[in-house]
Each structure stands twice: as C-alpha cells, then as structure tokens.
Write a protein that binds this ligand. Structure first.
Ligand code: AP5
Length: 225
C-alpha cells in the first residue's frame, strides 16, 4: 500500500507521516527532506534544486520523480510506503502510477486554516542531521536548540520566512484542486481535519488507514500490498 500525504505547508505531513511510519512499519519518504539534505551536502541534485526551494517554488518534476523512483525501488518499500510531499501535481501523480503501477493507494489531505499554518511554521524547529521535528509551542526540545534524538543543533528552515511561506501556500492552492480531483476520481482520497492536537489528527488518520487495510483483509507482514 502507498499512503500519500497531501496538504499545505505546515499542515502536519511530516509529523503525521512519522507516526504512520511507526504504527504501520511503512518507511516515510519526504521529498523535501531528501532535497534539503542534497542542498546541505552540496550535491549536484541540491545545487539544481536550491534556488527553487528558497523561493518556495516547486523543483522540476524530473528531479523529484527520479529521486522517488530510486527510493521506492528499495527493499524496505516492498510492503508499502508513506509519501510526504510527493506528488505535488497531476503529472507527478501520473508518474508515480507509472513507476509503481497497480499498488493500492490512499491519499489523505490534511486540512488546516491559513492562520494556523502560519502559527505552526513560525514555531517550527528542525534538526538538519536526523530530520526530527520540533515546535517551540507544542513540542519543544528538552534542551533549547538541541535535538533530543541526535544532539544536533536545531534550526528554522530557510523556507519558513514569511515571504517564502506565502509563495509555498500559493503554489499549494494552485496545484491542490486538480490533484484532489485526480485522487477522488480513483476513489483513493480522504480529507482529514488536521487543526486539532497531533494525537487527535493521528487517530483520524489511523481509523481511515485501518479501514483501508481491513477492507481487503490484507494482514500486515505479507508481500507487496
Ligand atoms: P516540503 O518539505 O515538502 O514542505 P511543505 O510541503 O511546504 O510542508 P512542510 O514540511 O513545511 O510542512 P508539513 O506539512 O510537513 O508540517 P510539519 O509536520 O513539519 O517541501 C519543501 C520544498 O521542497 C518545496 O517548497 C519545494 O521547493 C520542494 N519540493 C518538495 N517536494 C517536492 C515535489 N514533490 N515537487 C517539487 N518540489 C518539491 O509541521 C509543521 C510544524 O507544526 C512543526 O513544528 C510541527 O511540530 C507542528 N505541528 C504539526 N502538527 C501539529 C498539530 N496538529 N498541532 C500543532 N502543531 C503541529
């Protein structure tokens, strides 16, 4: 099975993707994390992506499709995977179906008001080393500025500046409707109210995923789902 997390910047895709990964054992694949690491390590991929990311625009479809194609071919994705930040538009969604055809899928769109998104992004801290997420408001690290998990120095993301957030939201609004229609037409879409506390949102997601897994009676641990 593949679980696709849709939603605007700050809606909680990374946060909920981690929880889904832990509960169901599917790896979380975040195109944003992979791209940010490539930028930090000055890899060719990162150099090509950096300018677009810093402006809040989408990186080219070819770049992200290549990296997703390689990642989902890995052994740990055989049973399934959670996509956080991909696909971002209909061409990417069609490419996903071509690279991994016929896999059962569920697209969950996290719905949050703009005002709340801005508040969340303003409070976000990330660990560039291990990608752990924190919030100054709801989930501060034990020691200010230090990652609980790996001891790395926490930072605000380069693209969490107000003018870049505005562009990221604009891009999301432009692409979300056709993408939503694409997954609705495949009967693989659910909107999740994601304004509540993290555990409450996760309960809604888990209920929907359980329903999807239960409907086909496919137990975990079997082959490709
Ligand atoms: P990406 O990294 O995917 O960013 P995004 O989609 O803008 O989403 P965010 O990571 O900002 O937010 P999130 O929804 O994961 O929220 P989070 O859980 O962190 O992409 C970055 C850039 O890379 C793009 O702009 C683009 O340039 C490029 N890119 C990536 N994928 C691409 C693709 N497929 N095609 C082309 N370009 C691509 O939560 C946010 C904060 O809120 C955290 O601090 C968290 O602790 C807190 N929080 C979470 N849930 C709650 C809650 N329920 N209540 C209170 N606080 C909460």
């Amino acid at each position: 099975m593949r679980i696709i997390l849709l939603g605007p910047p700050g809606s909680g895709k990374g946060t909920q993707g981690d929880l889904i990964s832990r509960k169901y054992g599917f790896p979380r694949i975040s195109t944003g994390d992979i791209l940010r690491r490539a930028v930090r390590e000055r890899m060719a991929l990162g150099l090509r992506a950096e300018a677009m990311m810093n402006k809040g625009e989408l990186v080219s479809d070819d770049i992200v499709q290549d990296l997703v194609r390689q990642r989902i071919a890995a052994e740990d994705c055989r049973r399934g995977y959670v996509l956080d930040g991909f696909p971002r538009n209909v061409p990417q969604a069609e490419a996903l179906e071509t690279m991994d055809p016929g896999r059962r899928e569920l697209a969950l769109e996290l719905m949050v008001d703009l005002e709340l998104l801005l508040q969340r992004l303003g409070a976000r801290l990330v660990c560039p080393a291990c990608h752990a997420l924190y919030s100054r408001e709801i989930q501060p690290p034990r020691t200010a500025g230090v990652c609980d998990a790996c001891g790395g120095a926490l930072l605000s993301r380069e693209d969490d500046r107000p003018e870049v957030i505005a562009e990221r939201v604009r891009v999301y609004l432009r692409e979300s409707e056709p993408l939503r229609a694409y997954y609705q037409s495949r009967k693989a879409y659910a909107a999740i109210t994601a304004a509540g506390p993290v555990p409450e949102v996760f309960d809604l997601i888990a209920a929907r995923v359980d329903r999807e897994l239960g409907m086909s009676g496919t137990p975990q641990g079997r082959g490709r789902e």
